[in-house]
Design a protein around this ligand. Structure first.
Ligand code: 5GP
Ligand code: MN
Length: 341
């Protein structure tokens, strides 16, 4: 699929499912990012405007910088409101699964989502599982938000996109595309963005919310990560940053504080791979970013129970922090050798 992410037979199935007012739940992945929440809330606003009851349910609370999104205060997060989150899913007629394609990405929501007979997947990650009855998967789409806008248009519901939905969808489009800098951004991507801007989206507010809402602690943690915890491997053209729990505690770590750290590695001239390891109480989180032909999603799927996109992917390790980093270091030379620049 390329230009438009909405094949007619899937659209037809969805149109029939939405022919009468329904109770709809919309779920997205653990540690929801701008695209996850933006696409979920954007779709929620459209579905409500179409006469449905719709609610967004997430496996954990998103980072604060996304609090400005219209509808955010109504989102049910499993860690804060477990009963409401699970019962909303279990009693829904239909569950939309947005911005993920494996049910193990939604943490404690997995069983409840499995229990709902009809699932609609809208996602742009590689290698989707086939758990959904209605299936929109487009690995070439720059964001799930772009796909939602296309699907809404395909359903003939474009006029139901108002300022609130447009603000949510535009936000996810820019957070997932690096503000349209990655090559996933096509002329069509910019046309969808233009269509959303027509609703009067306030770009200043969105960019300020995304870029200018960090805490001083977070900025100091970034400084520490870059000066004390960054290893540059010029011969492998790789940068590795690792932060353990003591490091994080020293800077009063809050969820979301390390968001974006991994990208700094790639901003060093000549680097083609950046890795970030974060120690969490229950696991070690791995994030990889690459340039050009260096498919990090496949590497993480094979070695760190992960996945994502060819140039941006994540995964996890269960061994102690230093062992996880050491295992990555030992696998690194072969990864690089297998994919010459
Ligand atoms: P991040 O490194 O920012 O957490 O994630 C980068 C990309 O990889 C995102 O598209 C995200 O959804 C995906 N991703 C992150 N962690 C995982 C994981 O554990 N499993 C899979 N399948 N995808 C992941
Ligand atoms: Mn996404």
């Amino acid at each position: 699929m390329s230009e438009h992410s909405a094949p007619p037979e899937q659209l037809q199935k969805l149109r029939e499912l939405l022919a009468k007012p329904k109770r709809l739940a919309i779920v997205s992945h653990y540690n929801p990012d701008g695209d996850a929440i933006g696409s979920s809330l954007g779709l929620m606003h459209v579905l409500r405007a179409a006469g449905h009851t719709a609610r967004v349910v997430l496996p954990n609370t998103p980072a604060n910088f996304l609090d400005f999104l219209p509808g955010r205060s109504e989102v049910l997060c499993l860690d804060r409101s477990p009963d409401a989150a699970l019962s909303t899913i279990r009693t829904s007629d239909l569950v939309f699964c947005l911005d993920f394609n494996q049910l193990d990405r939604i943490g404690g929501l997995e069983e409840a989502v499995r229990s709902v007979a009809t699932k609609v997947l809208i996602d742009h990650h590689q290698q989707p599982d086939t758990f959904a009855e209605v299936f929109f998967s487009d690995i070439s789409a720059s964001s799930t938000c772009q796909m939602v806008a296309d699907i809404v248009a395909g359903l003939g519901m474009d006029d139901l996109i108002g300022l609130e939905a447009a603000t949510c969808l535009y936000t996810g489009m820019i957070t997932d595309s690096g503000s349209f800098r990655y090559k996933t951004s096509t002329p069509h991507t910019l046309r969808v963005a233009a269509r959303l801007l027509e609703e009067g989206v306030d770009l200043d507010t969105i960019y300020s919310a995304i870029s200018d809402t960090h805490s001083a602690d977070r900025m100091r943690l970034l400084g520490f990560a870059l000066t004390e915890r960054m290893t540059v491997l010029p011969e492998l053209r790789t940068v590795v940053i690792g932060l353990n729990m003591d490091d994080l505690e020293q800077f009063n770590f809050k969820p979301g504080d390390t968001e974006g750290f991994v990208n700094y590695g790639l901003s060093i001239q000549g680097m083609r791979l950046a890795a970030l390891f974060i120690e969490r109480p229950d696991m070690v989180k791995v994030s990889l970013r690459s340039k050009g032909n260096l498919p990090v999603d496949r590497f993480l799927k094979e070695h760190f129970s992960g996945g994502g996109h060819a140039n941006a992917a994540g995964g996890k390790a269960t061994e102690p922090f230093q062992d996880a980093v050491a295992r990555f270091m030992s696998l690194l030379p072969k990864l690089i050798a297998d994919h010459p620049a």
